[in-house]
Design a protein around this ligand. Structure first.
Ligand SMILES: [Zn+2]
Length: 142
C-alpha cells in the first residue's frame, strides 16, 4: 500500500466522473469514461513540505562533492519542483475506460496517477501518443 491509495477501512474518497475524450491527431476523438478522486488539501500540503524540507536538508551534504554548487542547486530545485507538483496534484485517476481512436485497443491508466489537463498517454498497441481531454468545468471548484 502506498500513500497514494485510499486507506483500507477508511472513508472512501469522493469520486467524480468528468466528461472526457481521447484524442489523437488525424482521428476523430472518442469519448472515455473517467473516474477521478480528489486528494485532501492536508495530504498535498504534508507531502509538499516533506519534499521541500528534504531538498533543503540534502543540499548542504551534496554540496560537499565537487563541483559543489550544481549538486546543491539540483537538490533544492528538485525538492521545490516536487513540492510544487504535489500542491498541484488535486485530482488523481481512479479508473479510465476508453479505447484508442486509431486502433481501438483498450487504454488504461494506473489508479492514483496524477491527473493533468490535458493528460498525455500512449497506446501500448499502436505506440501513438494520445491526449486525454477533461472538461475542467466538470471538476469541482477548490
Ligand atoms: Zn492505438
Amino acid at each position: 500500500m502506498t500513500a497514494e491509495e485510499p486507506r483500507a477501512g477508511g472513508p472512501e474518497p469522493l469520486t467524480f466522473e468528468p466528461k472526457a475524450t481521447l484524442a489523437l491527431f488525424g482521428h476523430e476523438p472518442v469519448p472515455a469514461r473517467l473516474t477521478v478522486f480528489e486528494r485532501a488539501r492536508g495530504w498535498r500540503v504534508r507531502r509538499a513540505v516533506v519534499f521541500a524540507v528534504t531538498g533543503m536538508a540534502l543540499a548542504p551534504f551534496v554540496a560537499l562533492f565537487p563541483p559543489h554548487a550544481p549538486w546543491a542547486l539540483g537538490a533544492l530545485s528538485t525538492g521545490f519542483f516536487l513540492a510544487w507538483r504535489s500542491m498541484n496534484s488535486r485530482f488523481a485517476v481512479a479508473r479510465l475506460d476508453g479505447v484508442c481512436p486509431r486502433c481501438q485497443a483498450p487504454l488504461q491508466l494506473s489508479s492514483g496517477s496524477r491527473l493533468r489537463v490535458p493528460h498525455p498517454l500512449s497506446c501500448h498497441s499502436c505506440h501513438h501518443e494520445l491526449v486525454l481531454n477533461v472538461d475542467p468545468a466538470d471538476l469541482p471548484e477548490a
